[in-house]
Design a protein around this ligand. Structure first.
Ligand SMILES: Cc1ncc(COP(=O)(O)O)c(C=O)c1O
Length: 397
């Protein structure tokens, strides 16, 4: 048989394999060979899904809730999402403004496909969550990156974004608290960014994936401002809040015409998210919320530990994460001629091979001297891993 010429469609070259996944795959390979790896790469809670949520899924199975649901999600779950957002943030979304998706990533993908035309610009603060760049590129859009400053804790302000807005700007994406830095957008600045985008007819996507994991402030949604629902696009996920990464439930709260466009798209791709997972998600949103507080308290303890340990390494700086469960230290001190390590990709490879620590290189998030350490892992692993990182940095700097 003759090989098919140019088998892979051109559009696939617009995206790259997520570097977070690359590190995980290499760590997995080494572990399978028997290596002792400390894994700081995983972007998921190390807690189990709470019991009440699991039981709801078991009930769904027993009741044979195992068939197709509406493409956009069950009426009950959409209602639960709207009520939950109203309860926490005082918004007033209707089920017609809600779409249930296969994880939070899926709502962001759908929104880009539904809204971004070739050449449209999407403004993304740096460091950014890897997927934004790829989903914008895949839609034919152009990413416009906005630098932030580590010495200000990677804070994003309206003044930083403003010079990047043009007649082609379709959307600004804000992720607060941020993956990978844990930075928060100050509430007054967020409001300024909202007004600035609204006045220019630009969408403001707020990725609320980590919005309940905050260490020194209360959860807040920019969608709660009066008049926000016309231009604000809420991307939500149950993955981290309820330790449900494998269940794959996310949602969008957006103007009804956009929900309609995304539903049309979803009807030809995944159709409905898994029926049983939708039942579990409704329980997560309506049931007891204690588990979220327990996880937050533990993340705070780990955050304090890890930041202290990182700052104790000579030459290493680390902005204090104010939310989420990642630290984003600057390990630039080991880059250069003497170590032979030229960039953070090589740094992550060497750390994995020589010290048995898996973490994600800053290049994945748009900066060239940092690495992302997930502290969604036990204190024991954090201690072991940080000892290794410390020794590695001292040896190579
Ligand atoms: C910033 C951010 N947004 C959205 C998501 C989507 O999560 P999921 O698709 O697992 O619900 C993630 C996952 O890592 C994330 O870090």
């Amino acid at each position: 048989m003759q090989a098919v010429a140019n088998a892979i469609a051109d559009r696939i070259s617009l995206i790259s394999v997520s570097s977070t996944m690359k590190v995980a795959a290499e760590a997995e390979r080494l572990r399978a060979e028997g290596a002792d790896i400390v894994d700081f790469g995983a972007g998921e809670p190390d807690f189990p899904t709470p019991d009440n949520i699991k039981q709801a899924a078991v009930r769904a199975l027993d009741e044979n809730f195992t068939k197709y649901t509406a493409v956009s999600g069950t009426a009950d779950l959409k209602k639960a999402v709207c009520e939950y957002h109203a309860r926490h943030f005082g918004t007033d979304y209707k089920p017609a403004e809600c779409l249930i998706t296969v994880g939070g990533k899926h709502i962001i993908f759908n929104a880009m496909q539904a809204l971004v035309n070739p050449g449209d610009e999407v403004v993304i603060p740096v460091p950014y969550w890897v997927t934004y760049k790829d989903v914008v590129n895949y839609a034919g859009g152009k990413c416009v990156f906005v630098d932030t400053d580590e010495t200000n804790g990677f804070a994003v302000t309206a003044a930083m974004i403003e010079p990047h807005l043009t007649a082609r700007t379709k959307m600004v994406i804000i992720n607060s608290p941020s993956n990978p830095s844990g930075a928060l957008v100050n509430r007054a600045e967020f409001e300024k960014i909202f007004r600035m985008t609204r006045d220019r007819g630009i969408y403001l996507m707020t990725d609320e994936c980590y919005c309940f994991f905050l260490y020194d402030s209360e959860p807040f949604s920019i969608a709660s401002l009066p008049g926000a629902t016309e231009t604000v696009l809420v991307a939500g996920s149950l993955s981290k809040t309820y330790a449900m990464t494998g269940w794959r439930i996310g949602f969008g709260l957006m103007p009804a015409p956009i929900i309609g466009a995304m539903t049309k798209l979803q009807s030809h791709s995944t159709s409905n998210p898994t029926s049983i997972a939708q039942k579990a998600a409704a329980e997560a949103l309506r049931g007891p919320q204690e588990s979220v507080k327990v996880m937050l308290a533990e993340y705070r303890r780990r955050r304090d530990f890890i930041v202290g340990r990182l700052r104790a390494i000579p030459g290493v700086t680390c902005a204090e994460p104010r939310g989420a469960f990642y630290a984003y230290p600057n390990l630039g001190v080991v880059l250069g001629k003497s170590s032979g390590i030229q960039n953070t990709l090589q740094l992550a490879e060497r750390l994995l091979a020589e010290a048995g620590v898996a973490l994600v290189p800053g290049e994945a998030f748009g900066t060239d001297r940092h690495v992302r350490i997930s502290y969604a892992t036990s204190m024991k692993e954090l201690e072991r891993g940080l000892d290794r990182v410390h020794q590695f940095v001292v040896k190579h700097s």
